[in-house]
Design a protein around this ligand. Structure first.
Ligand code: AKG
Ligand code: FE2
Length: 280
């Protein structure tokens, strides 16, 4: 792969052998226009409604997972990471039932995958923007897998499916990955980089030209990060929904679920200056 991935696929009704080979080699695949622009607009409207509801109800944590608050370009409070978003929206819940998402679990090979609506962090909505009081502009290097270890389990195959809701050309930052690292051993998975703390670009990293409506699927073991946008304000806005496709025993979260350790780490990491963002 080059510095900027140029290969994009079209999603049909099933995965082609070319798509499967590409994914197995690189640990990530991009599908252009998985949903059309009207659907993107509908999803964004629904996410805003969900966000307003959560703010109004002063909900700060869902099933043990803290929501991440910041201030938008206008200065208004907003939520920069929503967990279990579909629990508050019939439309988002319906979206998770799209049979095409189930087809993607074919990327797991012999493993039986399922949409993790009630597990891990559920349907996640990330909202990045550069403003002086934004709490979320970038995300350091990590894989999505050791969360299983923190949760007391072993690492099982999983996919993270990202539905991108803003255009994000390579030059605007966004997702960066180290292709092929999904097949590394456990040692590299744990120690290749310092989890979430390291934001340094890697000479082998690859980025993407993303259009709103595109879908990326990455293997949970792939090293990846989010590069901060060089722009400020509106032009830096990047919203993406993540749907986990998981394997193994069903482990639903409930209101009584404890906050996992890595989320406490996350709080420290995202506010290195010691700035505290008060939950509305
Ligand atoms: O925002 C993204 O594209 C990546 C987010 C991510 O890696 C995560 O939430 O684990
Ligand atoms: Fe991730």
């Amino acid at each position: 792969m080059e510095t900027k991935a140029t290969r994009r696929f079209r999603f049909g009704t099933s995965l082609t052998s070319e798509q499967l080979d590409y994914f197995h080699e690189h640990g990530i695949i991009q599908f252009s226009a998985f949903v059309d622009k009207a659907t993107v607009a509908d999803l964004l409207r629904e996410i805003r409604a969900t966000e307003r509801y959560l703010l109004h109800k002063r909900i700060v944590k869902v099933n043990g997972i803290p929501l991440k608050f910041g201030q938008d370009v206008s200065g208004a409070p907003f939520i920069q990471r929503i967990a279990f978003a579909s629990h508050y929206s019939p439309m988002l819940r319906e979206f998770l039932r799209d049979p095409r998402l189930a087809v993607l679990s074919g990327l797991l090979g012999d493993y039986e995958g399922r949409i993790g609506e009630n597990e891990k962090d559920g349907l996640v909505v990330n909202h990045y923007v550069n403003t002086p009081s934004s709490a979320f502009r970038q995300l350091g290097w990590h894989t999505d897998s050791p969360r299983d270890l923190f949760l007391g389990g072993r690492i099982l195959p999983m996919l993270n499916v990202g539905l991108h809701l803003d255009d994000c050309p390579y030059e605007n930052g966004g997702l960066r990955v180290l292709p092929g690292t999904h097949t590394q051993g456990l040692f590299r998975l744990l120690f290749k980089k310092r989890y979430f703390i390291d934001n340094t670009p890697d000479k082998k990293e690859v980025g993407f030209d993303i259009a709103a409506g595109d879908l990326t699927v990455h293997d949970g073991r792939l090293w990846h990060r989010v590069q901060q946008s060089p722009f400020q304000g509106e032009k830096s806005r990047r919203r993406v929904m993540y749907i986990p496709i998981i394997t193994g025993a069903y482990q639903p979260k409930t209101v009584d679920s404890p906050t996992p350790f890595y989320h406490k780490l996350g709080q420290l990491r995202l506010n290195p200056s010691g700035t505290r963002f008060t939950n509305p």
